[in-house]
Design a protein around this ligand. Structure first.
Ligand code: PLP
Length: 373
């Protein structure tokens, strides 16, 4: 099985596995307990909080541990819109290419009386600053625009959007699940008020993530999970010490691996191979992280190919299957692909083990499939 789905979940790093197992053994006490073992567990958690804060230019008290980016996004949108900071404003701006969880939170908020503007990207997959500017209103409570898109790998102009929101007195949230650890983030320079991240996109374990909340201690955030005062009362539940330690390890190691990985060479090899076998293709999106490739293959019935090769390749399709019909990806539709092109699109996402040989194997199978069709 060749794994091409690191944007779905990055393979867990060996160092993370070791760290997590070590923490399970040594830091098993409840981090909220006052005794020495509890304090030791809590200290481990605080070190990771400091580490994450340092990585994004925040202070440790602004980092709230959650179960992952979905929960962080829920807390950011539902938790903050119900507090004083939103000043009773009822308008939200987001984009049509956000992760499905943001879209479903927004749809819930619409049912609670909020009005949501869904911005369209341009054909390269970018949400332009001008579209945000045009949509901003006096009653806009929050703008939520993702940093890196999970299907295309494209980067949005977060600094410029942040600056605009700052000038307008509007809260700015970014879903950084796909960018954290892979590209520079500074919440002050970028005027970000809220930022969601997730461990399993950077070689950590599923079930842990965090939300950065500017001045978290001083503001009134409605918890999504009420609890016994953990995480300064914003997120209830015993903090998962081993998972947090794994996130800390991933934060230490992943960025170094990422910058030294030669994804450019993998991309070049992919294009060379496709060209040498005369397979027609287009790559969707511009200005993107190099480990994600959205590839439209007009000659390939991608649904049939993926079904035939589900044991050979872990690949994501550019469309989501529901039980009744194939629904074209909302992201690909938003950048202007018609249904057929969207259905003939695959997402490849590379990790540190991806080789040129993996790429050649995939392209050979594509060629055989096209010839047999
Ligand atoms: C952009 C984006 N946001 C949110 C999520 C959800 O993250 P998690 O699995 O940590 O809840 C993902 C993961 O697929 C993602 O890519």
């Amino acid at each position: 099985m060749i794994y091409f789905d690191s944007a779905g979940s990055f393979p867990v790093l060996d160092e993370v596995k070791e760290k997590v197992i070590g923490t399970i053994t040594s830091h098993y006490a409840n981090p909220s307990s006052d005794h020495a073992a509890g304090v030791m567990a809590a200290d481990g958690i605080e070190k990771v909080r400091e580490q994450i804060a340092e990585m994004i230019g925040a202070t440790p008290s602004e980092i709230i541990f959650t179960s992952g980016a979905t929960e962080s996004n829920n807390l950011a949108l539902k938790g903050l819109l119900n507090c004083d900071l939103a000043k009773n404003k009822k308008h939200i701006i987001t984009s049509k290419i956000e992760h499905k969880c943001i879209l479903s939170i927004c749809s819930y908020l619409e049912s609670c009386g909020y009005e949501v503007t869904y911005l369209s990207p341009d054909s390269t997959g970018k949400i332009s600053v001008d579209t945000v500017k045009t949509a901003l209103r006096g009653d806009t409570a929050l703008v939520s625009i993702m940093h890196v898109n999970n299907e295309l790998g494209t980067l949005n102009p977060i600094s410029e959007i942040g600056e605009l929101c700052f000038q307008n007195g509007t809260l700015f949230h970014t879903d950084a699940a796909q960018s954290f650890g892979k590209t520079e983030i500074d919440v002050d320079d970028m005027n970000i008020d809220l930022l969601s991240l997730s461990a399993h996109k950077i070689g950590g374990i599923k079930g842990i993530g965090a939300l950065y909340i500017r001045d978290a201690r001083d503001i009134d955030v409605l918890p999504v999970i009420h609890g016994a005062g953990q995480e300064i009362g914003i997120r209830g539940g015993t903090v998962a010490t081993p998972l947090v330690s794994g996130l800390g390890e991933a934060c230490t190691i992943f960025p170094k691996y990422y910058v030294s990985a030669d994804f450019a060479q993998i991309n070049a090899h992919l294009e060379r191979e496709l060209k040498s076998k005369s397979i027609k293709y287009t790559i969707n999106g511009e200005n993107k992280l190099p480990h994600i490739v959205s590839l439209t293959l007009p000659e390939v019935d991608v649904i049939t190919f993926l079904l035939a090769h589900r044991e050979d390749f872990s690949l994501a399709q550019g469309s989501a299957c529901s039980s009744k019909e194939i629904e074209a990806s909302h992201v690909l539709k938003a950048i202007g692909l018609d249904r057929e092109k969207a259905e003939r699109t695959i997402r490849l996402s590379f990790d540190f083990n991806t080789t040129k040989h993996d790429i050649s194997t995939l392209v050979s199978k594509l060629q055989t499939f096209i010839e047999g069709a």
